[in-house]
Design a protein around this ligand. Structure first.
Ligand SMILES: *Cc1c(COP(=O)(O)O)cnc(C)c1O
Length: 522
C-alpha cells in the first residue's frame, strides 16, 4: 500500500495499489523481456536468397546446428534497445547524488569539440606528422594539469582512476628498484576510509597493505602514521579531500614524515574537484596523484569507460613515468614511444590514452579558464554545504556540524529504532525519481549516506532534492514504515537480491527447454 502519511496529498492522487494492467506495462514504463525471449530463430530482418549449391572450404569445421540467434523485425529490434536505453538513470535525466563518484553535467560544447573530425577520426597508428594538432592538444592539456597541481610532469595514458593508481604505484616501485631498496620497502600504508581501489592497487602491484586508522573526527592524523613508518615502508596512499568529504588538514605534516622515512606520498586525487584552484597537491608534498578527468573535468563516466586518469608526478618520480609521452622538437611535437634508453617503467596502454576525453577535458578547462575552474570547486563545496545545512536538523552528521568539502556524509544514527534502514531510505528515493546517494560507504561510518551534488546543479534543483529528502525524513519520524519497507513501489523491478546477483551472476541465457533438462539431469 502506498500509504504515505507524511506526504502531501495531491488532488487526484491515487492512494491505493495501482490497477494491474494486461501488458504489465505501467503507462510509458514498458516491460521488456530478454531479446532471446522475444526473438524467433526463424525470423530475419533481411531478405537474402538461399545461396546456390556450393562446397564449403572449411575442412569440416562448418556449423552443424542452427546458430540460435534471436530473429526480430527491424522495428522490434529497434524498440527493444530503445526501451532498454530508457531504463537507464542518467545525469542527463536527473540529479545524481552519488558521493565519491562526481557525476556532473557533461557540457555539450565539449561533446561538439570531441566530435570534430580532426580529433574523432585520428588513428593511433597514423604517422606523427599527420597528427601534430592532436599531439599538441595532449601536450596543452598536460600543461594545464601540471600547472593546476603544481607537479613536475604527467603521464597521460592511464584510462581510469584505478588505472592511474596502478601507474603511480608502479612508478614508485620503479623508483624504489632504482635505489636498490626493492627487497626492503614492501609496505604501502592505506587509511581505513580509503576507496577500495587503493588497497587493491597496492596489492596488485605486489606490495603488502597496512591499514592506518582514522581518527574520531574522520581524518588521518600524523600521530597515527608516525608509528607505522620505517625503512620497510614504500608509500602511503592518502585521499584528499578524503572519502568522508573532509580535508586532511595534517597532510603537510604527514608528507614530511613519509619523506623523512624515505617513502613516497601517493595522493588519490579523485576529489580534486573540491580543491582545484585553491590548493596545489605539489605544494602539499604529494609525489604522485591521479586525476579522474570524469570527476573533475566533466568528461562522461559512460558506464565504466572510456575514461582517463592522468597521473601527475613529482620531481622524484618524473623520470619513471611510462611511455608514451609527448616532447617538443622545436615547433614539432614528437611522441616518445620506446622506453629503451629512458627510466620509464614501461607502458600502461597499447596506444596513447583516451583522445576523446582529452579533447573534452581541455575544452572544459579552456571554456572555464583558471578562475572558472576555481569557482567550479567553490560551487561544488557550497552545494554540498547547502545540502548539509538544509538536512542536518533531521539526518545525523557523524562528524558534527562542521563544514564539509565537495560531499556531505550522513550516518544512520537518526534511523535508530525507526525500523527504517539506510537501504530502505535509499530505495524510497527511487520512487521519488532520484538515483540514491552512495550508501554504506565509507565504511568508517555506520549506515553511511554520502551525497555529492556537484557544482552543476541549480539552486532550484537542489531545493527540490532537499525538499524530497526532508519529506522522506518526516515520514521516517512519523513512523510511516510502509513507505520504506517495500520501496521501490514504482520501479520496474522491486528489490533484487543484490548479494546473490553479485556472487552468482547469471550472464548466459539458456533456452527454457535446455534449462529444464539440466535441472532434470541433476
Ligand atoms: C572514483 C574513485 C576512484 C576510482 O576511480 P575510477 O576512475 O572509477 O577507476 C578511486 N578513489 C576514489 C576516492 C574515488 O572516488
Amino acid at each position: 500500500m502506498l500509504n504515505n502519511q507524511g506526504r502531501p496529498t495531491h488532488a487526484g492522487e491515487a492512494t491505493a495499489e495501482p490497477h494491474r494492467t494486461f501488458t504489465s506495462n505501467r503507462a510509458l514504463q514498458m516491460e521488456e523481456a530478454l531479446i532471446f525471449e522475444i526473438g524467433r530463430p526463424d525470423v530475419t530482418g533481411v531478405d537474402i536468397d538461399e545461396p546456390a549449391a556450393f562446397s564449403p572450404r572449411l575442412g569440416g569445421l562448418e556449423r552443424a546446428a542452427a546458430i540460435g540467434l534471436p530473429g526480430l523485425s527491424e522495428p522490434e529490434a529497434m524498440r527493444h534497445y530503445v526501451r532498454l536505453s530508457q531504463k537507464n538513470y542518467s545525469i542527463d535525466g536527473g540529479l545524481y547524488p552519488l558521493g565519491s563518484c562526481t557525476m556532473k553535467h557533461n557540457p555539450r560544447l565539449n561533446e561538439r569539440m570531441a566530435r570534430l573530425p580532426g580529433f574523432a577520426d585520428v588513428h593511433p597508428l597514423q604517422p606523427q606528422s599527420t597528427v601534430q594538432g592532436a599531439l599538441d592538444l595532449i601536450d596543452e592539456l598536460a600543461r594545464w594539469l601540471v600547472e593546476i597541481t603544481g607537479m613536475e610532469s604527467v603521464a597521460m595514458s592511464p584510462k581510469a582512476g584505478a588505472h592511474g593508481e596502478a601507474c603511480g604505484i608502479m612508478a614508485i616501485r620503479a623508483a624504489i628498484e632504482a635505489s636498490g631498496e626493492a627487497a626492503t620497502r614492501r609496505i604501502v600504508l592505506v587509511p581505513e576510509s580509503a576507496h577500495g581501489t587503493n588497497p587493491a592497487t597496492a596489492a596488485l602491484v605486489g606490495f603488502e597493505v597496512r591499514t592506518v586508522p582514522a581518527g574520531p573526527d574522520g581524518k588521518v592524523h600524523a600521530d597515527a602514521v608516525r608509528p607505522l613508518l620505517g625503512p620497510d615502508v614504500a608509500a602511503i596512499m592518502l585521499t584528499n579531500p578524503n572519502t568522508c568529504g573532509l580535508f586532511e588538514s595534517e597532510i603537510v605534516e604527514i608528507a614530511r614524515l613519509v619523506h623523512e622515512a624515505g617513502a613516497y606520498f601517493y595522493c588519490d586525487g579523485a576529489n580534486l574537484n573540491a580543491i582545484m584552484g585553491k590548493a596545489r597537491p605539489g605544494d602539499l608534498g604529494v609525489d604522485a596523484m591521479h586525476i579522474n578527468l570524469h570527476k573533475t573535468f566533466s568528461t562522461p563516466h559512460g558506464g565504466g569507460g572510456p575514461g582517463a586518469g592522468p597521473v601527475v608526478l613529482s620531481k622524484r618520480l618524473a623520470a619513471f613515468a611510462p611511455v608514451p609521452f609527448v616532447t617538443r622538437d622545436g615547433d614539432a611535437r614528437r611522441l616518445v614511444e620506446d622506453a629503451d634508453g629512458t627510466q620509464a617503467f614501461g607502458r600502461m596502454t597499447t596506444f596513447h590514452g583516451q583522445m576523446g576525453m582529452f579533447v573534452r577535458a581541455l575544452s572544459f578547462a579552456l571554456s572555464h579558464g583558471g578562475d572558472g575552474l576555481r569557482q567550479a570547486s567553490e560551487d561544488a563545496v557550497l552545494s554540498a554545504n547547502y545540502v548539509r545545512a538544509c538536512l542536518g536538523d533531521l539526518m545525523s552528521l557523524p562528524f558534527g556540524d562542521r563544514p564539509c568539502m565537495h560531499e556531505v556524509l550522513f550516518d544512520d544514527a537518526w534511523l535508530k529504532d525507526t525500523g527504517v534502514s539506510t537501504l530502505d531510505f535509499a530505495k524510497a528515493m527511487i520512487d521519488e525519481g532520484y538515483h540514491p546517494m552512495t550508501v554504506y560507504f565509507p565504511l568508517v561510518v555506520h549506515g553511511a549516506m554520502l551525497i555529492e551534488p556537484t557544482e552543476s546543479e541549480s539552486k532550484a534543483s537542489l531545493d527540490l532534492f532537499i525538499a524530497t529528502l526532508r519529506d522522506l525524513a518526516f515520514s521516517v519520524k512519523n513512523g510511516d514504515r510502509d513507505r520504506f519497507s517495500g520501496a521501490p513501489y514504482h520501479a520496474p523491478r522491486r528489490r533484487l537480491d543484490e548479494t546473490r546477483a553479485a556472487r552468482n551472476p547469471v550472464l548466459r541465457w539458456t533456452a527454457p527447454k535446455l534449462a529444464e533438462k539440466a535441472v532434470a539431469a541433476e
